[in-house]
Design a protein around this ligand. Structure first.
Ligand code: AMP
Ligand code: ZN
Length: 486
């Protein structure tokens, strides 16, 4: 069984070969903890949670590093006075490190709510300032970086002059880049507008600052990921992930820093998760087109007509491949809720199915198909469609339309559970008053089916009509009877 991964660096689906047989080093860019993560951020983290779960399911031992960016992240206008942490701490009248703590806690709570597994190492940028200074020193020594007015910049032209290729990941041409860049950051300090900061001099008002050979300052954002990924995974590691929007400049700069320092490309497979849009527009804090993950669960928002269980969101997200744009809407969530409920119903039915002498189903083929979906660049929508093939079987088995041997039933149970709970990370909805109602209605449906089997039409009609009087409509479909409550 060969795992294939789409490598953003080559633009091709490649056969995956780990550096150390059976082991994988995985690095994913974490959040900048200056405010709450929005649902778009959660999609990216969830995409990599599914990838992490799948790699483990396939038998790999994964060292999963996801950082916390808690220092020196400038706003898009590049103005060094606009360090996001400093700005937020002024707004909330808190210390910058209180901001960091507050939103790190929030981040962890959100991911727990949506059943994301924690990484095996979660390093912080502020915990690796010494290493970042060391790397900056090394880049200066090797002639790839220069100091200017207390700040240090990476020399992109020098990098290219030595036969390296800045722009290889985002497939950008350096001349075009030079023509299209305005020098907003580091006014007049840089040799070229594309040079990026490794270290920034702190202005007197800047609170988050550290002592360095170039005076007091703070590290550039790209540096921390190079330092933390290579520190824990080695100079060359297997997989680096992040959202599509990080390809340039962030990941491009990571490649340049690591290649310049270690003479080796840092990453074998670059993976990029696509964006979440809401009502057709990319989800983002700055445009106001966003919803906080917890608001989806509590229902306190203007976009969705009702609250949704976190697993319904997982199910909704995983119905799209991680490389496709996903648009979230009220309709999409309602449809996901229906699909998820049906899947959970099948889980319940599966527990009580009885084996027969013979099988009318090809369970082994089904297992192969599901594995193939996972091996084909983590294709969650195809896996989900496989699961729904099995859901159909499960309903048919209950009705006696299909038969299954003990061996096949054991295999189906084991794999169905593993795909639903371990790989997709879905969780059962706990029993509530609503579920008691559901159980009762299922019981009435079952009694009506028995009456129909016995051709006792008078009783089966009475059950249907009396439920109708209470506003509960039964519908007989090809997969059994369902109900709607008005
Ligand atoms: P940030 O905290 O801004 O560094 O973002 C954390 C992660 O969320 C990064 O990997 C981003 O690429 C990702 N991200 C930001 N906006 C979206 C979005 N609308 N959809 C999916 N991922 C996003
Ligand atoms: Zn990063």
């Amino acid at each position: 069984m060969q795992l294939k991964i789409y490598n953003s660096l080559t633009g091709e689906k490649e056969n995956f070969q780990p550096i150390l047989e059976g082991n994988i080093g995985l690095y994913v860019c974490g959040p900048t903890v200056y405010s709450n993560v929005h649902l778009g951020n959660v999609r990216t983290f969830l995409s990599f949670d599914f990838i992490y779960r799948t790699l483990q399911f396939l038998g790999y031992k994964v060292r999963y590093v996801r950082n916390i960016t808690d220092a020196g992240h400038l706003t898009d206008d590049g103005n060094i006075e606009n360090d996001r942490f400093v700005r937020q701490s002024r707004l909330e009248k808190l210390e910058p490190m209180e901001i960091v703590q507050k939103y790190t806690v929030d981040f962890h709570e959100v991911l727990k709510k949506f059943n994301l597994l924690p990484p095996t190492i979660e390093p912080t940028a502020t915990g690796h300032i010494v290493e970042q200074i060391e790397l900056t020193k090394k880049l200066i020594e090797k002639g790839f970086a220069y100091e200017s007015n207390g700040s240090v910049y990476f020399d992109v032209l020098e990098y290219n002059a030595r036969g390296l290729n800045y722009g290889e990941l985002s497939r950008r041409n350096i001349e075009e880049l030079f023509a299209n860049t305005r020098d907003l950051d580091g006014q007049g300090e840089k040799k070229n507008p594309q040079d990026f900061a490794l270290w920034k001099k702190a202005s007197p008002q800047h609170i988050m600052r550290w002592i360095s050979p170039w005076g007091e300052g703070f590290p550039g954002w790209h540096l921390e990921c190079t330092v933390m990924s290579t520190k824990y995974l080695g100079d060359r590691f297997d997989i680096h992930g992040g959202g599509m929007d990080l390809k340039f400049p962030h990941h491009e700069c990571e490649i340049a820093q690591a290649k310049a320092c270690n003479q080796v490309a840092p990453v074998n497979y670059w993976m990029h998760a696509n964006m979440l849009t809401m009502n057709g527009q990319r989800m983002s804090k700055s445009t106001g087109n966003y919803i906080l993950p917890m608001q989806l669960v509590t229902g306190e928002n203007d976009f969705f007509e009702k609250p949704f269980h976190p697993s319904v969101l997982r199910f909704c997200f995983l119905q799209a491949h991680y490389r496709s744009v996903l648009d979230i809407s009220n309709e999409a969530m309602l449809a996901s809720e229906k699909g998820f409920s049906r899947l959970m119903e099948a889980v319940k039915i599966l527990e009580d199915l009885q084996p027969s002498e013979q099988s009318t189903l090809h369970v082994e083929n089904w297992v192969d198909k599901a594995y193939s979906a996972l091996l084909d660049d983590f294709n969650s929508p195809v896996l989900i469609s496989c699961l729904f093939e099995a859901v159909k079987w499960i309903f048919s088995l209950r009705e006696g339309k299909e038969r299954i041997t003990l061996e096949d039933l054991t295999l189906l149970k084991e794999k169905f559970h593993a795909f639903v709970f371990d790989v997709l990370g879905l969780q059962r909805i706990e029993k509530t008053a609503n579920h008691k109602l559901d159980d009762t209605l299922q019981l009435l449906i079952e009694l009506r089916n028995q009456a129909r089997k016995a051709k006792n039409w008078a009783l089966s009609d009475e059950i249907r009509d009396r439920l109708m009087e209470k506003g509960i409509e039964l519908k007989d479909g090809k997969d059994g009877t369902t109900y709607t409550i008005s």
